[in-house]
Design a protein around this ligand. Structure first.
Ligand code: ZN
Length: 489
């Protein structure tokens, strides 16, 4: 079978392209992180798991990945990022807190939820508020290049000027005419030459708490600016992959491209990767629709739409069961199916640990490796990886029942492959065997060895006693000709 490299769908070219890093083995990956003004919710789970999968897979291929995921703690305004009140300031005002208390609190909540989902921490997690100087420098550069103008203490990106040299709209395909028809008249818009221009720097209203001095006014950076400034700072003027949710393509990523191109004369990111959105029972998730579910509500089952709690790994497995570019619809039925599937997979992994080798193999573990590589290299097709794993769940059960055989060498190979795929790359955790529980297996095996010795010595009373005591604590022993199997019931 021909082994081709990783193919990634590049939203910019709208085709699958072979992934070739600028500077192998180094890979620069930038992903837009959360705006920290509320509890992490389902909408956060999908990009986090998608780019965790990419991060893990690139790492497993031997790349040295510098993964930068930002924290937006300033400048994300309520209406299209550019108008209205700052989301964090508003929360701080309503709860009578310092804005930094709000962003710290929700950043911690976000981290905890990511840990639960087994999402690896990025290499760098820069905050917008910690990079005001870099953002001011970037605004100066864009002004110097003639692609921005100052108006009433604010600085706006000049899309008409940009379009004379470059092309605004390469990512989303939107034209300025379309953008004009889509704009509403909002406060502050009169400061702009054109309604589609966007803010690089906003002069702060007197009541605005988060503000910094700049050459133009006491104010704060526009939301899109932070990602251009921080990606360049940590990954350079050209880096490999920029990721985020599809909802960020316009205006956020489109503006990022324009800013970077205006400042550097060229695009910064080579591949743009976007995950699709999550719907709930077929509807878009939104606070006004009453179907806004936080991750904590999912983990505890405390939202009225949920018939039960769903474990973090059930959520992760559910996200991985769909290709990242497909929509993903949450429903109780679908989550329960994911829970069952994950349970079957983890039981098979446990069974694999107990299989005894034979002299020869009737199975070939290299087939799993091939199916896995082919699926992952085809634009991270995790559902196909999971399908390949389930083919092997059947095989593992057949091996366990003696319907197939496997040599010691192949068994080791299979265990290694399954562990790499399930735990290292898909990033799943065996929730029923976490912490002290992973000592249960070796302990049961030891007790069963003692029981075998008792049986060999014809001490049936002791042998039965061990079996019955294990059953009492929920471990069922099944005798076989050459020993015993066990399972947690
Ligand atoms: Zn961003």
């Amino acid at each position: 079978m021909e082994q081709k490299g990783l193919m990634l769908y590049n939203t910019l070219s709208r085709t699958k392209e072979e992934f070739i890093p600028y500077n192998p083995p180094h890979v620069g990956l930038y992903v837009c992180g959360p705006t920290v003004y509320g509890d992490p919710h389902l909408g956060h789970a999908r990009p986090a798991v998608t780019f965790d999968l990419l991060f893990r897979y690139l790492t497993s291929l031997g790349y040295k990945v510098r993964y930068v995921r930002n924290i937006t703690d300033v400048g994300h305004l309520e209406h299209d990022a550019d108008e209205g009140e700052d989301k964090i300031t508003k929360k701080a005002r309503l709860e009578k807190l310092e804005p930094m208390e709000v962003s710290h609190y929700y950043t911690e909540r976000y981290h905890r939820a990511m840990d639960e989902l087994n999402v690896l921490t990025p290499s760098i997690e820069p905050r917008a508020s910690g990079h005001i100087i870099e953002q001011i420098e970037l605004v100066k550069k864009i002004l110097d290049e003639g692609f921005a103008y100052i108006s009433e203490g604010s600085v706006y990106f000049d899309i008409d000027a940009y379009n004379r040299k470059h092309h605004y709209g390469t990512l989303s395909g939107r034209t300025t005419d379309e953008m004009l028809s889509g704009t509403r008249t909002l406060d502050g818009q009169s400061e702009k030459r054109n309604p589609y221009d966007f803010a690089l720097w906003k002069k702060a209203a007197p009541e605005h708490i988060m503000r910094w001095p700049s050459p133009w006014s006491d104010g704060f950076p526009g939301w899109h600016l932070e990602c251009s400034a921080m990606s360049t700072k940590y990954l350079g003027e050209r880096f490999d992959i920029h990721g985020g949710g599809m909802d960020l393509m316009f205006p956020h990523h489109e503006c990022e491209i324009a800013q970077s191109t205006a400042a550097c004369g060229h695009e910064a990111a080579h591949y743009w990767v976007h995950n699709n959105m999550i719907t709930i029972n077929g509807k878009k998730m939104g606070k006004s629709l009453g179907n806004f579910i936080t991750l904590e509500e999912l983990f505890t089952g405390s939202h009225e739409l949920l018939v039960q709690a769903y474990s973090p790994m059930t959520i992760r497995f559910f996200v991985l069961q769909a290709h990242y570019r497909s929509t993903l619809d949450f429903s109780n039925e679908a989550l329960q199916a994911a829970e069952k599937g994950l349970d079957r997979l983890m039981k098979a992994v446990e069974t694999l640990g107990k299989i005894k080798p034979a002299a020869t193999s009737s199975v070939n573990p290299a087939e799993l490796d091939e199916a896995y590589a082919a699926a992952m290299n085809d634009d991270l097709n995790s559902p196909l990886v999971i399908a390949a794993l389930f083919d092997w769940v059947r095989t593992i059960n057949q091996l366990n029942e003696g319907q197939q055989t496997i040599s010691a060498e192949d068994l080791e190979h299979l265990r290694k492959s399954v562990n790499t795929i399930v735990f290292d790359v898909l990033g799943l955790r065996n929730e029923s065997a976490s912490g002290a529980d992973d000592k249960v297996g070796p302990l049961v095996e030891m007790i069963l060895d003692v029981r075998s010795e008792a049986k060999a010595a014809k001490n049936w009373a002791l042998s039965d006693q061990i079996r019955d005591k294990l059953a009492e604590i929920g471990i069922r022993v099944k005798d076989r000709k050459d020993g015993a199997d066990w399972e947690i019931i």
